[in-house]
Design a protein around this ligand. Sequence first.
Ligand code: KG4
Ligand code: ZN
Length: 349
Amino acid sequence: MRILAIESSCDETSASVLEEVNQEIHVLSQITATSLSLHAATGGIIPENAARMQVKFIMPTIIEALLKSRKTEDGKKDWDTAREILDKEIDAIAVTYGPGLIGSLLVGVETAKTLSFAFGKPLIPINHLLAHIFANYINRKKDEITFPFIGLIVSGGHTDLLFFKNPKDYRWLGGTRDDAAGEAFDKIGRLLNLSYPAGPEIESRASTVEKTTIKFHSPIINEDNFDFSFSGLKTEVMRFVEKTELNEPLVNEICFATQKAIFDVLIKKTLAAAMKNKCKMILVGGGVSANGTFRHQLTSNAKQLELEILFTEKEYSTDNGAMIGAYALQNIAPVDWKKVSANPELYFA
Ligand code: KG4
Ligand code: ZN
C-alpha cells in the first residue's frame, strides 16, 4: 500500500509518499517547507502568518513529493507527471486533521479532501499527536515494536504519556497542565535572547557545561501521577535572570540547569508509567526528543530497569509528513471525505 501523507498543523507544510514493504515502512519521498524564519523574527508563531504560508506551500510541496517518489524529479515542476503518479501509484491519502492551528490545519485538510474527491482515493484522517509516536515505525522492522508500550510525546505544543494496547486501543495516562516541554524551552530561550525555537541552542550551550551550582526545580516531580507542569520553571528562571548579570558562561549554565529540570521529571514519570503498566517498551516522539542528552539519559536510566526505549529518527522527530503516513499504515481507517473536517482541539478520543 502506497500513501500520500500531508501535514500542515502548524508552521511546517510537509508531504510524503511512503509504503510498507516486508513489514517495514519506507519513505520514498518527503518534502517539507517551513515558515520558521518568519516566526523566528517575531519570537513565536503568529497563526495568521503561518496559515498564509501553508496556502503558498501546499501544492508545490505535494507535487514535489509525488515526483520525487518516482525519482523523476529533475527540478522542473512537471504537473502532468505528478497527476499521473497520484492517479496510478497512490492507494490512499492521509492527512493531519488535528490538533493544531485552525488556519493551518484547514489548508491541508481541504486540499486532501479535494484530491480524495477528484482522484477517488480513500482519505485517512490522522491525529497529529499519535503520529509522533508511530513515527517510530519508519525504517524499522514492524516486529521490533511490541505491544503493550508506553508512548511519550514531547513537542512544542504537547507533553503526554499514553498506554497503547495496539495502534487503535490506547489510554491517556497524563500530560502537562500548562506549558509543554518544548514551549518551556522556547519561553526560557526568549528570556535568554536565544534563537527560536530554542531547544537546539539550549542543548548545544548545555553541552559545554560540566557542572554548575545553579539548580532549578523539576515541577511536580514528586507527585504520584503522570502529569507535568512547566510554567513555574519559566517563572523560576525569569526571577533568576532578573537578579543576575548575564554573561556567556552563565547563560550556558542556565541552559544546563533548565535542561536538567525538564529532563529529570520527564524521565522519572515516563519510567514510572512503564513500570506501573507493565510495559517493557517505551516509544518517544516529538521535537524535544531530538535532544541527544535526553536520548542518552532516558536510555541509560531505562536500561537499569530492563526497559527498552525507541526514538524516532531525528529527521522524523519534528513535524513531518512521513509520520502521518506511518500511523495511517498502522491503522488504515478511511473516512468519507465529506465527513472529514479540521479539529484544532482534537486531543485523544
Ligand atoms: O514536534 P515539533 O516539531 O512541533 C510541535 O508539534 O510542537 O516540536 C518543536 C519543539 C520546539 O519547542 C523546539 O524548541 C523543540 O521541539 N526542540 C528541542 C530540540 N529540537 C527541537 N528541544 C530540546 N532539544 C532539542 N534539540
Ligand atoms: Zn508536532
